[in-house]
Write a protein that binds this ligand. Structure first.
Ligand code: C5P
Ligand code: MG
Length: 172
């Protein structure tokens, strides 16, 4: 049986005026956007961490530190693509992504398909294998008060090559 791995990711960014609201690489019209060193794409960051987590390859800050000027205002799809490549180099193939963005406003449901398409293209997945859900925080806490947005993600990876074969190869 092939080895199956699950990875979990979570992220939060503050909302601020004068910033773009970018989710999964898609710019959503909004008075407030996400603040951060990169483009602060909270959804891309959560999925990046989920992929790195499933492959036990550390976390986003380890690979793309926010102290590095290279990542200032960076397109976060770069992190996502690279996490997928790192997992691939470790012998894993991404199977599916499920995710939730928690944001009080604006309404995001009309952006579901473009966000799924953007993520699927970045991750070389079929759009049917990429799920994006939206929730409010019902007015409660920093997300509910419109001060921040959060994202959660879970991914499945499968090992392309069984671990036992790789061990046998190492002995040759
Ligand atoms: O948080 P709540 O359960 O009230 O969300 C109801 C629905 O509103 C969600 O299932 C989602 O489809 C949509 N929604 C949205 N944009 C948000 C939050 C929720 O489109 N920012
Ligand atoms: Mg982040």
């Amino acid at each position: 049986m092939s080895e199956v791995r699950t990875g979990l990711g979570w992220d939060v960014h503050r909302l601020a005026p004068g910033r773009a609201l970018i989710l999964g690489g898609v710019t959503v019209p909004s008075d407030l956007g996400l603040e951060g060193h990169s483009d602060a794409d909270v959804l891309a960051h959560a999925i990046t961490d989920a992929i790195l987590g499933a492959a036990a390859l550390g976390d986003i800050g380890m690979h793309f530190p926010d102290s590095d000027p290279r990542w200032k205002d960076s397109d976060s799809l770069v992190f996502l693509r690279q996490a997928c490549q790192l997992a691939g180099a470790a012998g894993f193939r991404l199977v599916n992504v499920d995710s939730t963005v928690i944001l009080e406003r604006p309404k995001l449901k009309d952006f579901r398909l473009p966000v799924r398409q953007s993520l699927a293209a970045t991750l070389a997945l079929d759009v049917d294998c990429v799920s994006v859900k939206f929730k409010t925080a019902e007015g409660v806490g920093p997300v509910g008060e419109g001060r921040s947005a959060e994202a959660q993600a879970i991914v499945t990876l499968v090992r392309e090559q069984p671990a036992v074969t790789r061990q046998a190869e190492r002995r040759l």
